[in-house]
Design a protein around this ligand. Sequence first.
Ligand code: NAD
Length: 264
Amino acid sequence: MDLGIAGKWALVCGASKGLGRGCAQALLREGVNVVIVARGAEVLEATAAALQADPLRPVSAVVQAVAADITTEAGRAAVFAVRKDFDIVVTNAGGPPPGDFREWDREAWIKAVDANMLTPIELIKATVDGMAARGFGRIVNITSSAVKSPIDVLGLSNGARGGLTGFVAGVSRSSLAAKGVTINNLLPGAFDTDRLKSGMQSASSKTGQPIDAIREVRMKAIPAQRFGHPEEFGAICAFLCSVHAGYMTGQNVLADGGAYSGTF
Ligand code: NAD
């Protein structure tokens, strides 16, 4: 299927690794020009080089790297100094740490809300009016399956992402919808990324269980009996960004191998 977005410009945040990288790769393969953002310049440049070398990338599609912390005003200014008129924006940043809510102070909450709620809102605010004026726009927010099925130790994530989800439910149904701009959330379950590995690593250090045993138990709990691959997450993101998904807005799309057990 031709997704009809070749030649468009995308901003993909948190794209040096994991799910963001998967989204950047999928968009590039569709001929989209992509600006990738992450904090560490070295890993980001290596990712840009690898994406550039992807044999499935049409030669016309360019990748540009901006090393910046997207959760700061200065970081966002650095990105928008490179380009303002993005057609596609994939919002993403590291998720908040797990823990006990009794130990989270105001600072911990502000950090989580900043990264996982206010940053996507700032990115939406900065780009959707331009998209609407041009008659096409796609925002995809990488959130979490925990929005639908909360995990107790991820209270910071549940709270901050819940706030973003409420905001998106409203703004996606504003006058932007009639101007070709869609805003959707893509909710990962367990995907095989560094974040997932570090979570299992810390569980292993705490319990003394070998990491392979923890991995096995977690996979067995998922109907698909495996973790997702960033490439398949990227493919879903690219479809949401395609011309074919223009009638789909304000949705929370789960990609979790069937882990969420519910009819809706
Ligand atoms: P990851 O750690 O593998 O990659 C995160 C990427 O974001 C890296 O490129 C990192 O450099 C970048 N990044 C982090 N903070 C940033 C910032 N402030 N500014 C710019 N770049 C930043 O993580 P992942 O597994 O790809 O997860 C992406 C998001 O999805 C996270 O918010 C995570 O909580 C959420 N999530 C992941 C899973 C999973 O199973 N992998 C499940 C549910 C939710």
